[in-house]
Design a protein around this ligand. Structure first.
Ligand SMILES: Cc1cc2nc3c(=O)[nH]c(=O)nc-3n(C[C@H](O)[C@H](O)[C@H](O)COP(=O)(O)OP(=O)(O)OC[C@H]3O[C@@H](n4cnc5c(N)ncnc54)[C@H](O)[C@@H]3O)c2cc1C
Length: 451
């Protein structure tokens, strides 16, 4: 993977090798787990926090992603409006505060992660996308976002692709980041605040131990007052989230660095994050060293919540992504892709995180941000801390937090329903966005499948 295989990757921390005690144990060292450690220690200095990660911090989605760090806590404004219209104002405000606090923490802990508050551009590449952009504009203007609609000529002047039929620029509430370096910086910050981080320490069980819990790893156990499970798409040691959260593989290509002439041939001077608005959408951005990260399109579910390193590579999906890349930027013909990878996204039927507790409230879990968890994971961790410390806050009172999404059916219906939905989504993209009977039915029940 491009982001994580670089010379400045930090050395691994030692695996847990003995039996210890903790006030709070965090399982999983992605963004959720790391932000949980940091926020817990900022709020309760001196708390004994132990974070155990099965591989290395950032091994999962947190260092495989596109680095779009958005203020939305609801996988986009329109999804939030459709599920929780009464809470929109609060969710939007909390989302902006969350993004601001991410930036503040990056500054406070001196994390070098190429974090840039930049605009995001939605592009239309089919005539029906233009209407989608117009609807999005209306929704965003209703909450006071700083937005601008561009016609085909304006969009093509900004970024030179012959496929663009229009664009929608959102100025005020998004950013781009180098995700692996953010993980590394957050790990260092958590350790500086006093957390003990043990990598290569997969948790195999969480059991009762008197009034506390015991977190079991191959090298030792942790007797802990409270536990926060942050394993997202991975099957963690507590089964409860598996009804609500399924792993879906998303794939990415990274090009070699572009030459000055190649960069000039595509414009893109403002280096915004770009995404098209198909149901099977692509997202793309420039890296610090002028590569293009190009991802999305296919979202693949493997039977029985399958998560396996062999799913990281897909000749079919990576091939399609390459084809679409050169359709978008024909002037870059001949550019090489130096990296390709994939990773599991945890998704729910309403595309946002969901929370829960187990073991009489001594363990809290959060998972399911779908493809917009880089920013939202900090908020997800904050809410999970509220829950595990028994605090009633504005956050825990949100309907999004109090209620669960519609569960996925058990196998083999789960696989069949996801495949049916994927096929219907592909068909809708071929038929001017017309959603057809199956997607219409899902829409009516407020459920769906996305990446
Ligand atoms: C290809 C791809 C592109 C994406 N692009 C974007 C994007 O541009 N913007 C955006 O907002 N979101 C994006 N996402 C989603 C985003 O990356 C995730 O929502 C976010 O990183 C979730 O963080 P997390 O910490 O909850 O999960 P993860 O990062 O998956 O962390 C879970 C951790 O738990 C560990 N673990 C699992 N089981 C155990 C165990 N038993 N014991 C100990 N540790 C365990 C894993 O090793 C892993 O490190 C993308 C995801 C993918 C895969």
């Amino acid at each position: 993977m491009f982001w994580s295989d670089r010379d400045d990757a930090p050395a691994l921390t030692a695996p847990l090798g003995t039996n210890i005690n903790a006030d709070l144990t965090i399982i999983g060292g992605g963004f959720t787990g790391l932000w949980a450690a940091i926020q817990a220690l900022e709020e309760h200095p001196g708390l004994k926090v132990v974070l155990v990660e099965g591989e290395r911090c950032g091994f999962g989605a947190s260092s495989r992603n596109g680095g779009f760090c958005d203020s939305s806590l609801t996988h986009g404004l329109e999804n939030g409006l459709s599920h929780w219209p009464a809470d929109t104002e609060v969710l939007v405000r909390l989302g902006h505060e969350n993004l601001d606090e991410i930036q503040t923490s990056i500054d406070r802990y001196r994390i070098t992660a190429d974090f840039r508050r930049t605009a995001e551009v939605g592009v239309a590449t089919e005539p029906w996308h233009v209407e989608t952009l117009e609807r999005a504009l209306e929704a965003h203007l209703s909450i006071g976002d700083d937005m601008k609609l561009l016609d085909a000529a304006e969009m093509q002047a900004r970024v030179h692709s012959p496929t663009y039929l229009g664009g929608l620029i959102r100025h005020n509430d998004t950013s781009l980041v180098d995700p692996a370096r953010l993980c590394w910086g957050l790990r260092a910050a958590a350790e500086k605040l006093g957390a003990a981080v043990h990598e290569h320490s997969p948790v195999t069980a969480v059991t009762h131990d008197g009034p506390a819990l015991r977190v079991v790893t191959p090298g030792g156990t942790i007797r802990s007052e409270r536990v926060l499970m942050a394993t997202n798409a991975y099957p963690g040691p507590v089964r409860r989230p598996r009804r609500y959260v399924i792993p879906v593989y998303d794939h990415v290509l990274m090009t070699e660095p572009l030459s000055t002439e190649q960069i000039a041939s595509i414009g893109w001077e403002k280096r915004e994050g770009i995404g098209d608005v198909s149901n099977q959408f692509h997202y793309y951005r420039l890296s610090e060293d002028d590569r293009i990260l190009w991802g999305g399109y296919d979202a693949t579910y493997h039977f029985n919540n399958g998560v396996d390193p062999q799913h990281d590579q897909s000749d079919h999906t990576h091939g399609k992504l390459a084809e679409h890349f050169f359709e978008t930027f024909p002037q870059l013909e001949g550019l090489r892709f130096t990296h390709r990878w994939g990773g599991p996204i945890g998704t729910t039927t309403q595309f946002t995180a969901t929370w829960g507790t187990a073991h009489e409230g001594r363990l809290a879990w959060v998972a399911g941000y779908t493809g917009l968890g880089v920013g939202a994971s900090r908020f997800g961790a904050r809410v999970a801390l509220d829950l595990v410390f028994g605090q009633v806050t504005e956050r825990t009172e949100l309907e999004m937090v109090r209620t669960k999404p519609f569960p996925f059916p058990p196998e083999p219906m789960r696989w069949a329903a996801v495949e049916l939905t994927r096929t219907a989504i592909q068909r809708a993209d071929r038929r001017w966005g017309k959603r057809g009977l199956w997607l219409g039915l899902l829409d009516r029940f407020g459920v769906g499948f996305d990446s």
